[in-house]
Write a protein that binds this ligand. Structure first.
Ligand code: SAM
Length: 247
């Protein structure tokens, strides 16, 4: 999968320093685990799917959890491995994988599920999550809502300056999905700028449709949380689902 290969150089700085600081994300996820399943952290096993450059997983490891990871992007995995002192990172598609074991907690965060463009892929991800979780344990994932994508595609462009380079992010609505256009203006040694472009596709589905599907797959939605304002409503932009695997 080619998405993020060029943007990767700036990914952690934009996502984890500016848009959703790492401490906030880790604190939020840790709180959800403690709220619903309190036990000694070293006895809790986590699988993080779509782990990216391993920034979140690394913090969970520091907190004492036992954690496994997978991602589909070879370059993400390579960067993640520079953060790792072990090699158990797996290059795998979260819609179709088999780790031959079950976990207490499975999470897929920072709207990674939205990188699955079709509803069938979302359904497969829920099935994979069910298969890899222990009964009564939890799946945590978040989405960018359709409301958020519609907003971003209307009138939005973000600019970030890094040293001499500028990164511009814009999103466009395509026929049945959404697409980020990432433009990187990179300063050359002879004081010109190279323009490098990359596209990242995303999609989302109505919250009620997701809830219904989770129920069909034998998950109980324990809570839905608006990451910014807590209460979920029609104008929520980023929504977390905390779900329990039932028998
Ligand atoms: C927005 S990034 C989030 C990364 C990480 N979860 C974080 O919080 O920083 C989305 C990640 O999803 C991964 N991804 C996209 N489709 C995937 C798939 N089908 N299976 C596994 N990973 C996937 C990408 O490679 C990328 O690392």
């Amino acid at each position: 999968m080619d998405s993020y290969n060029i943007f990767l150089e700036y990914y952690d700085k934009i996502v984890r320093w500016i848009n959703s600081p790492l401490e906030d994300e880790v604190e939020f996820l840790n709180e959800q685990i403690e709220k619903y399943k309190w036990k000694d952290k070293s006895n809790i096993t986590i699988l993080e799917t779509a782990c990216g450059t391993w920034t979140v997983a690394k913090e969970f490891k520091k907190l004492g959890y036992s954690i496994n990871w997978l991602d589909i992007n070879q370059k993400m995995i390579e960067i993640a491995k520079t953060n790792l002192d072990e090699k158990d990172l797996v290059l795998w598609d979260m819609t179709n994988f088999d780790l031959w074991k079950t976990f207490d907690v499975l999470f897929c965060n920072y709207n990674s599920i939205c990188h699955l463009l079709t509803w069938q892929e979302w359904q497969k991800f829920f099935s994979m999550s069910y298969k890899h979780l222990k009964t009564w344990w939890i799946l945590i994932f978040d989405i960018n809502t359709l409301f958020e994508f519609e907003n971003i595609t209307r009138d939005f462009a973000q600019f970030y300056n890094f040293w001499e380079d500028t990164v511009c992010l814009e999103m466009f609505k395509k026929s049945w999905y959404y697409e980020w256009l990432i433009k990187i203006f990179k300063k050359t040694p002879d004081w010109r700028y190279d323009l490098i472009e990359e596209n990242v596709k995303e999609n989302s589905f109505p919250i009620e449709m997701i809830k219904k599907e989770l129920k069909n797959k034998w998950f109980k939605v324990l809570e839905m949380i608006d990451f910014h304002y807590w209460n979920v409503n029609q104008e929520s932009e980023r929504v977390y689902f905390i779900c329990e695997k039932r028998d």
